[in-house]
Design a protein around this ligand. Sequence first.
Ligand code: HMG
Ligand code: MG
Length: 302
Amino acid sequence: GLPQSVQIYEVGARDGLQNEQRPVPTAVKTEFITRLAGAGLTTVEATSFVHPKWVPQLADAGEVVDALRGLSGVRLPVLVPNEAGLRRALDHGVTDIAVFVSATEAFSRRNLNRTVAESLAMTEQVITGAREAGGDRISVRGYVSMCFGDPWEGETSIDAVVGVGSRLLEMGCYELSLGDTIGVGTPGHVRRLIAAFGEAGHPASRLAVHFHDTYGQALANTLAALQSGVRTVDASAGGLGGCPYAKSATGNLATEDLVWQLHGLGIDTGVDLDALVRTSLWMADHLGRPSPSRVVRALAAE
Ligand code: HMG
Ligand code: MG
């Protein structure tokens, strides 16, 4: 059955902005994050401590984290790819990190300049380093990308995803987010993947889903995941986003579209939809183009 509440893991400030061509001022990013928290989102991924040459848009990660230090009642995780990124994050007092690996070799090389095995080893160093620095005070989330298909390799095998994902959970990730980086998945595939994790000993309560809406499947896939026992859903305010190293990746599932569906189902999110829509309209103004979210457009037209 469906849950009474769902935890939304907001990725707009990170996944949403990482692909933005024009620089977004640090002050706009921090106001965006502050407004998202004000709209009731309790987990807002803030930025990435990746190589600034690889993702120039997030080169101000340290400044973003510093500027948000006073913000309470919200977790602000950041992406960390390697030990260099971990050191930078720790220097800025970060206690919530997310590591990421690909289920496919082609994307692993393009996104991390590593094979899958090498990126798992790099990730293990990050988790070990985080434990040494902060013990259990530092929480580590794991992402697996290209869980359904890859633009260079075609459909991704369920075994490959469960293999990589199980390694991340065994390394100590408290939660595993299954990424449909290019949005090709469909509900039956979602159900089969979550069931395969269950058979491998990893219940749906340890899983989150991370859908990009390229093929318009994100909401249907989310419902399938909820029916399979998933309770955490990643989404991006206004539907911003896309990965710079993944051909044909577009925006994430829009948080507003997700909230509309969940509230319609009587599922609690803690999110004030009107405040969230106002935030996305404000951000769309800054970016100079309308939000792709259907709910943002519909409510703005009312
Ligand atoms: P590399 O070029 O192999 O780096 O990149 P390296 O390890 O060879 O190091 C080269 C130099 O960079 C060294 O400096 C390092 O210190 C420095 P030198 O000794 O030459 O002076 N360096 C760094 N500096 C600052 N911060 C760092 C860092 N690391 C190394 N973190 C690397 C390897 C992993 C760094 C690079 O490939 C990278 O940054 N990739 C990140 C790509 C990315 O951010 N992609 C988007 C996020 S993933 C995503 O969007 C998917 C997701 O949303 C889920 C889904 O949708 O599926 C999560
Ligand atoms: Mg993503």
